[in-house]
Design a protein around this ligand. Structure first.
Ligand SMILES: N[C@@H](CCC(=O)N[C@@H](CS)C(=O)NCC(=O)O)C(=O)O
Length: 197
C-alpha cells in the first residue's frame, strides 16, 4: 500500500491508523504547500486533488477519509478499529462522518481558509468566525461523547483517528480545546508516537 500524505493535514489520521495496524506501507509525501496535489501526476491518481489517497495492493486508489478508514478497519479486523456489532459500528461511522464532513469541511476549512470561498475581507472574517463556532460546538459534542472513557467509543476506533487530526488544528484556528478533550488528545498523541513508523 502507498499513502499519499501531506504533513499536518487530515492524512495524518490515516497514517495514524496504518501505524496502529502495524502493516507495512509506503509513504509518499504530497506536499499541499508546494502544490504537489495539483501536479498532473497526482491528478492522474486522484482527480479530486486531495489527500489522503491510499493506493491499494492491487494498484487502485481509494479516497475520502471515512472510506479509507473503513476499508482499513475491514481489511485488518485483528486491529479492532471498529466494534463487532452493526449497531455499534454505525455509531462509529456516524461520528467519523460528522468529524470529516461537518467539523473539518464545514468548520476548520472555513476557519483556516476563508479566502478560498469569499473575496471580501469582512465576509472572510464572518466565515472564519462561523467556522470557529462550528469547531467549538463540535469539540463540546466530542467531549460529551468521550465522557469518562479513554476513547470516543469503548475501544480505540477510526473515529479517534479523525478526532486526532481535527484537534491537532486547534492552534492554527485559535479554538480552545476543553480540558477533557485536551487530555484525550495527549493520549492519542502518545499512542500515535508509540506506533509511528
Ligand atoms: N472529503 C475529503 C477531504 C480531504 C481534504 O479536504 N483534504 C485536504 C487536506 S486536509 C486537501 O487535500 N486539500 C487540498 C485542496 O483542497 O486543495 C476526505 O474525506 O478525504
Amino acid at each position: 500500500m502507498k499513502l499519499f500524505h501531506s504533513p499536518g493535514s487530515c492524512s495524518e489520521g490515516i497514517r495514524f491508523l496504518l501505524d496502529d495496524i502495524g502493516v507495512s506501507y509506503e509513504l509518499e509525501t504530497t506536499d499541499l504547500k508546494s502544490g504537489d496535489h495539483r501536479s498532473p501526476e497526482y491528478l492522474a491518481l486522484n482527480p479530486k486533488g486531495k489527500v489522503p489517497a491510499l493506493m491499494l495492493p492491487d494498484g487502485s486508489v481509494l479516497t475520502e477519509f471515512p472510506v479509507i478508514a473503513y476499508w482499513l478497519a475491514k481489511s485488518f479486523p485483528e486491529a479492532k478499529l471498529l466494534p463487532e456489532t452493526l449497531d455499534e459500528e454505525v455509531r462509529v461511522m456516524e461520528l467519523t462522518e460528522h468529524i470529516v464532513s461537518g467539523l473539518h469541511m464545514r468548520g476548520s476549512v472555513f476557519a483556516m481558509l476563508p479566502q478560498k470561498f469569499v473575496c471580501d475581507a469582512g465576509a472572510q472574517e464572518e466565515l472564519q468566525q462561523h467556522g470557529k463556532e462550528i469547531v467549538r460546538a463540535g469539540f463540546a459534542r466530542l467531549e460529551k461523547q468521550l465522557g469518562e472513557k479513554d476513547f470516543l467509543f469503548r475501544e480505540f476506533s477510526i473515529a479517534d483517528a479523525a478526532a486526532y487530526y481535527l484537534i491537532s488544528w486547534h492552534e492554527r484556528i485559535r479554538v480552545d480545546v476543553p480540558e477533557a478533550l485536551a487530555d484525550y488528545y495527549l493520549r492519542l498523541q502518545l499512542r500515535k508516537s508509540k506506533n509511528a513508523s
